[in-house]
Write a protein that binds this ligand. Structure first.
Ligand code: KG4
Ligand code: ZN
Length: 336
């Protein structure tokens, strides 16, 4: 069979990313231009700035992805692009670019769901991984327990009722003065703190054992900080970071194990930016081992937003016959 070479583009948030992926699992290049330094100044992603920066970076990033892979546009079989969910102005840059390349080079256009991309990141380093498996998707915008029934076939078993896991990390980081993006900073600081120092609530949702809620936890961290200030007690940031992280990690691990037991599945994957959290990875490993489940997670660089994961997802969509027309539009609240 002929090799399928896909150029994949990702611009849904604050990374301008492009990759060339062969047969869905072999990454020939994976170029990521991060805008973090820019958005840091404002304590979070500023959508208008993100769009402008994507416009500036998209062509050089694609050129680098092609040259690193040693290919030209003429070697490609398709163009894949994230068309949702995400920031509309940011998504539009990638979508317009992909449409232009598709039109100019007569290449099939394959729109990809961003979360499907995160899930498919697991295929890249685990060459033999195949559905069905359970995937816990934890990113800045999403917290979904997903049953991957087959390539391109997903069922959401549980989701957050309010904040996403990554959002909680970012908000708590801001509250203890760590700055944006908070996840990696809390991960680092927590290593110096005591996860049992403060008992934060491990929020459960009544009657929905596979759903999540992180806003109460976030408020309780803020209340704790305020009460320390009022009582004139010292605020130990490392203990707050470690105890907050413990609350998030234990809930995610517990619910993922419960879902695997409920649905009788023994293969589990992690995906999304928060899947690069070191405490989450080791706790999930312990729990999976204790239950006899197989656990996979991508390397950290493939957990946070990147083009390679979109290339992996685009390949399976392409093989399933998914083709988008030049009327493809960005869909900021796209459902999986
Ligand atoms: O998947 P992603 O790159 O973008 C979205 O699709 O949202 O995830 C970004 C999120 C941010 O909230 C960031 O703080 C979080 O992932 N994150 C982490 C870590 N690295 C990134 N959270 C906890 N620990 C980390 N090491
Ligand atoms: Zn993402």
């Amino acid at each position: 069979d002929k090799d399928i070479l896909i150029l994949a583009i990702e611009t849904s948030c604050d990374e301008t990313a492009a990759a060339v992926v062969k047969n869905g699992r072999e990454v020939l290049s994976n170029v990521i231009s991060s805008q973090i330094e820019l958005h840091k100044l404002y304590g979070g992603v500023v959508p208008e700035i993100a769009s402008r920066k994507h416009i500036e970076k998209i062509n050089p990033v694609i050129e680098e992805a092609l040259s690193t892979a040693g290919v030209t546009l003429d070697d490609l079989d398709a163009v894949g692009v994230t068309y949702g969910p995400g920031l509309v102005g940011a998504l539009l840059v990638g979508v317009a670019e992909a449409k232009a390349i598709s039109y100019a080079k007569h290449l099939p256009l394959v729109g990809v769901h961003h979360i499907e991309g995160h899930i498919c990141a697991n295929y890249i380093e685990n060459k033999t991984l195949e559905p069905p498996f359970l995937c816990m998707v934890v990113s800045g915008g999403h917290t979904h327990l997903v049953m991957v029934k087959d390539y391109g076939k997903y069922e959401i078993l549980g989701r957050t009722r309010d904040d996403a896991a990554g959002e909680a990390f970012d908000k708590v980081a801001r509250a203890i003065g760590l700055g944006y993006p908070g996840g990696p900073k809390i991960d680092r600081l927590a290593k110096e703190g005591n996860p049992k120092a403060i008992s934060f609530p491990k929020a459960h949702v009544d009657g929905a054992p596979l759903d999540f809620s992180f806003s109460g936890l976030k408020s309780s961290v803020l209340n704790y900080i305020n009460s320390c200030k009022m009582k004139g007690e010292p605020i130990v940031e490392s203990d707050i970071a470690a105890s907050f992280q413990e609350a998030v990690v234990s809930v995610i691990a517990e619910k993922t194990m419960l879902a695997a037991q409920m649905y009788g599945i023994d293969k589990i994957c992690l995906a999304g930016g928060v899947a690069s959290n070191s405490a989450l990875r080791s706790r999930m490993r312990e729990c999976a081992d204790a239950n006899g489940f197989l656990l996979f997670y991508p390397s950290p660089i493939l957990c946070t937003d990147n083009g390679a994961m979109i290339g992996a997802a685009a390949y399976y969509e392409y093989m399933a016959g998914t083709r988008h027309g030049l009327d493809l539009n960005a869909v900021p609240n796209l459902k999986i």
